[in-house]
Design a protein around this ligand. Sequence first.
Ligand SMILES: NC(=O)c1ccc[n+]([C@@H]2O[C@H](COP(=O)([O-])OP(=O)(O)OC[C@H]3O[C@@H](n4cnc5c(N)ncnc54)[C@H](O)[C@@H]3O)[C@@H](O)[C@H]2O)c1
Length: 378
Amino acid sequence: MSQYKKTLRVGMVGSGFMGKCHANAFRAFGGLFDAPVNIELYKIADISDAHAQKSAHALGFARHTGDWQALVDDPLVDIVSITAPNALHEQIALRAIAQGKTVYCEKPLSITSASAHTMMLAAEQAKIANLVGFNFLRNPLISVCREMISSGELGEIISFKGRHAENYMIDAALPHSFRTDAQGGGAVADIGSHIVSLARYLLGDIREVTSRSRTVVASRPVALGSTEHAPVEVDDLAHALLQFSSGVVGSIDVNWMATGRSMDLSFEVTGTKGALAFSQERMNELRVWEAGKSAGFGGFKKIETGPDHAPYGNFCPAAGHHLGFNDLKIIEVSQLIETMLSGKPNFTDFREGYRVQCAIDAILRSATSGQWEAVEGI
Ligand SMILES: NC(=O)c1ccc[n+]([C@@H]2O[C@H](COP(=O)([O-])OP(=O)(O)OC[C@H]3O[C@@H](n4cnc5c(N)ncnc54)[C@H](O)[C@@H]3O)[C@@H](O)[C@H]2O)c1
């Protein structure tokens, strides 16, 4: 750690899947990017002191606490990293914003668009740096897609087909968690937020949606191994039609019980002169179809990640060696620090988190009403 650079201290709430991922990203960032600051894994909070102590030891934090309020109130914390369950995001963020701290919040920004709106307004009024963890957008190949679309290389974009399918909820013996909580759980909120954020990043505002959803597992144990069951009141899967403001029509399907699929966050964008196809399961490859190929030479061609796709070169000087999921989070942290130092908002700021949440809310409303629903907040 250089003694000549400013040190930014991270306080992290939560130490599960995403906690580990954030800690790794903050730790690795300085070695991979020409960081103008030092990052210190300063303090971690979890549900109890003992839990937090174990996590501090495992993840490399200097201090720990069983009280997240104490972490947020610690004057030495510069960045509050929120990797706790969705229903806690608002209270943690608002407390951190009130103290002028940078807030790095996992997706979805909150459990409803109204809550996300409160967070967005508070962050904007306080002018604090803020970012939502839509890490899949950090893949340099997704920037290539965005450039190809906006430059007109694909002609007029006429269709979007997106999907986020995983299989982590297939076991009916899995107990209730924040993911199945009626207050903000369900596949649409959990993983649907990723495909909605991708759709918006590539093609802009979604104006209207209609959807159908299904709850496949009717009840789940209240705790691991318990014989007591409680009903599941959220969706396991959903299909939605999307009307973008640009005129593009599209669809997404979301499914956390997709047998055979471990990480199919995928999309196909169709333009009048070309098409793109991508799946996170092969995140280092983009399929591109371009018009004008002579007979017998048609079909999608594969583009592979390499140092020409910034910031791939920060990780590896040779093409084809591949980035991984955790690398996307390191890139995200580099963007968080850039936002913090420059004052320039990142695309996935709280305003964007709110807009994604508005699309999620509209999809959920439509699944109940059976009607087309307008997306608010755009
Ligand atoms: N960006 C992504 O790719 C991605 C992937 C998975 C999860 N997420 C998001 O990250 C967040 C956490 O998900 P996860 O999979 O890491 O969950 P997890 O269950 O693995 O971890 C949650 C952590 O929060 C802690 N926690 C719960 N209540 C707390 C409290 N009152 N005070 C302090 N700590 C508390 C838990 O003990 C646990 O350590 C969610 O918002 C989720 O949607 C994002």
